[in-house]
Write a protein that binds this ligand. Structure first.
Ligand SMILES: NC(=O)NCCC(=O)O
Ligand SMILES: [Zn+2]
Ligand SMILES: [Zn+2]
Length: 517
């Protein structure tokens, strides 16, 4: 049981309100919000001049992911500690079964890895990397309450590794719709990328610049559009992970305007830096930025994505945190297709969004809370337990100092990775204190939390925020049969009409509904 906390004189920001009030926390929950609160024995937290916001939720991480022959260096311990230091109190990590595993086996593996190590709360989303009856059944199983999965991710890239074909993706989405789960998609055209990569290598382009040249933005936009079309055909809600380009964002907006239920997730990397690094003459600098889809080569993309987030065309910010040290990146020193894909972000996401969104005047603080926390809680069906400062909500709270600045650097970040793609960037907006489940875990630049302190959060299916419209649509768009007379009768009547050059007579016994004008 955690000690009671009384947060005094702060300004609470939710996604729809800003108010000055005190917040009382007991036993890991918010128990009272009001003016001039007192509580005997509670630890006082002075928040005058600071914002009191719901802890950030990162919807997209890959802690200790085995990928491309390496294992991501930020594990569930270092990764979630770093998250807390940056004001994120919950992550949603991806279970990614290898082609020869199954969803259930992989689920158990991820829980075994994560449960003893996590420092903040976490939930899981399941990737579907193979398609067969068993996988389809296990999808249903893991959406049961004891497992707590309510979303499945399909890769349209990484041919031969995680990629599924369009028909498998479509069938997977039909199953998602049936079991009340959200489909998520990594949208790139895997087969064409594989062709392009081979052609570039044949030309002698082996460096990280080949990574971006093999993955033109059009291939992300094409796959995003295709995914939205197929989701529409399956009447399944869709969530596009790591939206990296304007074209992909445009495809999402286009389908939303047509009535599709589709959400777009840009990531900290795509908002905070760009793809110019791939052309750096320093191989390591370029390789450190290798991720898929690549960072946009268009320098105006980060600001454009931020504006789309601000106006509601994009919805929430993830990180795709999947970190490989320089030594691991060197696996691709002679062949860019072998550079492990992935970058950092889990620690810096909140400050990057504040700096480039709120500080630069693109979005207001309520929208900041929406895109870093509340919308994620709504989409994954845990709102308002998470994502809101409200009585009854979990006490995952950040005391946010909008005036403070920091310079991001690998030298003092808390991640295990030995570089930072935001190196040297000065950001306004800093998590001064992070409270997780009612415990102060980050204060005065110090972390005090142990592995296993975080808890697994079960995500229930059939989230109304995601499913209300598609469920109603399902009723409206039921396939429709036309009632006709038996084809044999019709054929006989037609033949007789043609032979006699006259109208067919009603056959003995009648019964035909065919009318001839
Ligand atoms: N994005 C990336 O490059 N690495 C992590 C795996 C994925 O999400 O595609
Ligand atoms: Zn991906
Ligand atoms: Zn990812």
């Amino acid at each position: 049981m955690s000690q009671a906390l009384l947060i005094k004189n702060g300004t609470i920001v939710n996604d729809d309100e800003i108010l000055k009030a005190d917040v009382l926390v007991k036993n890991g929950k918010i128990v009272e919000i009001g003016q001039n609160l007192h509580s005997e024995g509670a630890v006082l937290v002075e928040a005058d001049g600071r914002l009191v916001i719901p802890g950030g939720i990162d919807p997209h991480t890959h802690m200790q992911l085995p990928f491309m022959g390496e294992v991501a260096v930020d594990d569930f311990y270092t990764g979630t500690r770093a998250a807390l230091a940056g004001g994120t109190t919950m992550i949603i990590d991806f279970v990614i079964p290898s082609k020869d595993s199954t969803p259930l086996k992989a689920y158990k593996q991820w829980r075994d890895w994560a449960d003893p190590k996590v420092c903040c709360d976490y939930a899981l989303s399941m990737a579907i990397t193979t398609w067969n009856e068993e996988v389809s059944k296990e999808m249903q199983m893991v959406t049961m309450p004891e497992y707590g999965i309510n979303s499945f991710k399909f890769f349209l890239a990484y041919k031969g590794v995680f990629m599924v074909q369009d028909d498998e993706f479509y069938q997977g989405m039909l199953q998602c719709a049936k079991i009340g789960a959200l489909a998520r998609v990594h949208a790139e055209n895997g087969p064409v990328i594989a062709e392009k990569a081979k052609a570039l290598l044949d030309m002698g382009i082996t460096g990280p610049e080949g990574h971006t040249q093999s993955r033109p933005e059009e291939l992300e936009a094409e796959a995003t559009n295709r995914a939205c079309v197929l989701a529409g055909q399956a009447n399944c809600p869709l969530y596009v992970v790591h939206v990296m380009s304007k074209g992909a964002a445009r495809a999402i907006a286009h389908h939303r305007q047509k009535g599709s239920v589709v959400f777009g997730e840009p990531i900290a990397a795509g908002l905070g830096t760009d793809g110019s690094h791939y052309y750096s003459e320093d191989w390591l600098t370029a390789a450190r930025h290798v991720m898929s889809p690549p960072l946009s080569r268009d320098p105006t993309t980060p600001e454009a994505l931020m504006k789309l987030l601000a106006c509601g065309e994009l919805h929430l910010v993830g990180t795709d945190n999947c970190t490989f040290n320089c030594q691991q990146k060197l696996a691709g020193k002679h062949d860019f297709t072998k550079i492990p894909n992935g970058v950092n972000g889990v620690e810096d996401r909140m400050s990057i969004v504040w700096e480039r969104g709120v500080h630069r005047g693109v979005m207001d603080p309520m929208r900041f809370v929406a895109v870093t926390s509340s919308t994620c809680a709504k989409i994954f069906n845990i709102y308002p337990r998470k994502g809101r400062i409200a009585v009854g909500s979990d006490a995952d709270i950040v005391i946010w100092n909008a005036k403070a600045t920091k310079v991001i650097s690998k030298d003092h970040h808390h991640q295990a990775v030995d570089y930072n793609i935001f190196e040297g960037q000065e950001v306004h907006g800093v998590a001064e204190m992070t409270i997780s489940r009612g415990n102060i875990v980050w204060e005065d630049g110090q972390l005090s939390v142990e592995g296993g302190a975080g808890k697994f959060v079960h995500l229930p299916p059939y989230c109304p925020y995601v499913f209300a419209a598609v469920q109603q649509r399902e009723k409206v768009i039921q396939p429709r049969a036309v009632k006709r007379a038996p084809v044999e009768e019709m054929a006989a009547a037609k033949i007789s009409e043609i032979q006699n050059g006259t109208r067919a007579k009603v056959p003995p016994g009648g019964g035909s509904k065919i009318s001839f004008a």
